[in-house]
Ligand binder design. Structure first.
Ligand code: SF4
Ligand SMILES: [Zn+2]
Length: 481
């Protein structure tokens, strides 16, 4: 069956955003000399540069790249050293248990990276005869958690393949060098960045070249404080030229002289046309150029989808023995399977109705009688940012009797449990819930430190309805008699 293909017209890309062959040679030379003189000594680099065994090189670069995916170089160094001394080869790692792997990883976060390294090591040993795949595509195909960037980094740095890499640092350097002002995450921009990276990479020293571009982005061409005055690539940089007042026309002319795309005498009236094609898809639109930003006009990020604002109440139900009540989230969806305090979404109501709504829902969802629910005490607001949600938790605590009331778990959760602080801290829970517990503890600490003044004690949120806690308990006790 023939598939209907969508016709997508190719992006229009002006010459300004490409490198000519003379520029490529110049850039390689300047960048590698700068790298040779300035690069940071890092343990995985040393292994990649000196180890004879290709598998050990690939293993070291793979581990370092997985660690670096969400973590700063300075933090990764000691973790990497510990890891390599415990499991010097992929064979050693394949024999470890996941618990051991998680223990060594503890503190780096995003544990799925550790699990993938472990799975990958088992795969290399069981399915690939202990041999790492030899090129970018097979690395991506065979190793879990290895995408185009990581595959290219391992292939070039450890195995000498002539493939470029593109990460955040490379994107920034390239966008500035070539004046690429289109949304950096747009497909046409992504494709162009990869084609530039593959074109530029030095066939003699691909690993060093890729590390040199990334290092330049991390140390010289930084997001907020680029050091153009010390940059080895200044003469090749479109963003730098644009940022120089009154230099734009001359610079663009000289740029074209150098790359041999124009005659020695460039007609000044043509400069604007030569600068780029009017229909170019990668240019920064003139109205978007902000002269106060200089080179930081590049790269350009697409409009972020505005994060959603959400508010919910979190109620910490606590027994006199210190145990707190937790529910376990559903098996799928946001924060799946994690334990959390009972929470109540505060969505459409006006703020003035929130307190009433919390009392009502504690009663309806958790079977906490209204007379108890009203005794909760407001602790503080806790803000937590998820990737697309700005979540405000209004945190309350509610002290309960030893056995009463019996709290019922709503059916949307997998289950519930009373836990001590220690049990909760070692259970699977989210950072947001830990933040909430900390807020409660620090408010308790402050209350302890402060000598309560007469009449200044914490009051239940619904103090009008409930005169005092002791009155409430006395009243309940009388009723039961
Ligand atoms: S000249 Fe400035 S903007 Fe251009 S690559 Fe160097 S540091 Fe980055
Ligand atoms: Zn253009």
């Amino acid at each position: 069956m023939v598939k209907a293909s969508k016709s997508v017209s190719p992006a229009v890309i002006g010459l300004l955003h490409k490198f000519s062959e003379p520029e490529v040679s110049l850039l390689r030379e300047k960048l590698l000399s700068h790298y040779d003189a300035n690069h940071r000594i890092l343990p995985w680099r040393s292994i990649a540069a000196t180890e004879d065994d290709r598998n050990k090189r690939a293993y070291a670069v793979w581990v370092s790249e997985m660690m670096l995916q969400q973590t700063q170089v300075a933090t990764v160094i000691s973790y990497f050293e510990k890891w390599i001394s415990k499991w010097p080869t992929v064979a050693d790692l394949s024999k470890a248990t996941l618990e051991e792997v998680n223990q060594v990883w503890a503190g780096l976060g995003y544990y799925s990276r550790a699990r993938r390294l472990h799975e990958g090591a088992v795969k290399v040993m069981d399915d690939l005869d202990g041999e790492f795949p030899s090129d970018r595509d097979s690395l991506v195909e065979q190793l879990p958690g290895v995408g185009r960037y990581t595959g290219s980094a391992i292939a070039s740095i450890a195995l000498g393949s002539c493939v470029g890499v593109v990460d955040g640092n490379v994107n920034r350097v390239m966008a500035r060098l070539r004046g690429i002002g289109a949304d950096i995450s747009a497909q046409a921009t992504v494709d162009h960045m990869w084609s530039l990276a593959d074109q530029l990479v030095d066939p003699e020293r691909p690993g060093d070249f890729n590390q040199a571009v990334m290092e330049l982005g991390a140390t010289v061409c930084t997001p907020k404080t680029p050091s153009c005055s010390t940059c080895p690539l200044q003469s090749l940089c479109v963003a730098y030229r644009r940022s120089q007042d009154g230099q734009q026309k001359t610079s663009i002319s000289s740029h074209f002289k150098m790359v041999g795309k124009s005659k020695d005498k460039v007609d000044e009236s043509l400069v604007k046309d030569i600068e780029c094609l009017p229909e170019c898809d990668l240019c920064l639109r003139k109205e978007d150029w902000d002269s106060s930003l200089g080179v930081q006009n590049y790269p350009r990020k697409g409009q972020k989808t505005q994060s959603r604002q959400e508010t919910s109440a979190v109620v910490i139900l606590q027994r006199p023995n210190g145990q707190m009540y937790f529910v376990q989230r559903p098996k799928t969806g946001l924060l799946a399977n994690l334990w959390e305090f009972p929470s109540i979404a505060l969505t459409s109501e006006e703020e003035s109705q929130w307190e009433e709504s919390i009392t009502q829902q504690l009663q309806e969802d958790f079977a906490v009688p209204q007379s108890y629910a009203c005794l909760r005490i407001f602790v503080s607001d806790v803000l937590h940012i998820f990737s697309h949600i700005r979540q405000t938790y209004k945190v309350y605590k509610l002290s309960l009797d030893d056995k009463k009331p019996e709290v019922i778990c709503p059916s949307k959760y997998q289950g519930s449990q009373w836990m001590t602080r220690e049990e909760f801290m070692s259970s699977a829970t989210s950072t947001a819930m830990k933040k909430i517990l900390k807020a409660v503890e620090s408010s308790e600490q402050k209350a302890k430190d402060k000598k309560p003044k007469r009449g200044k004690e914490e009051k239940p949120v619904d103090a009008k309805k409930q005169k005092t806690i002791s009155q409430f308990f006395n009243a309940s006790a009388k009723k039961q008699k």
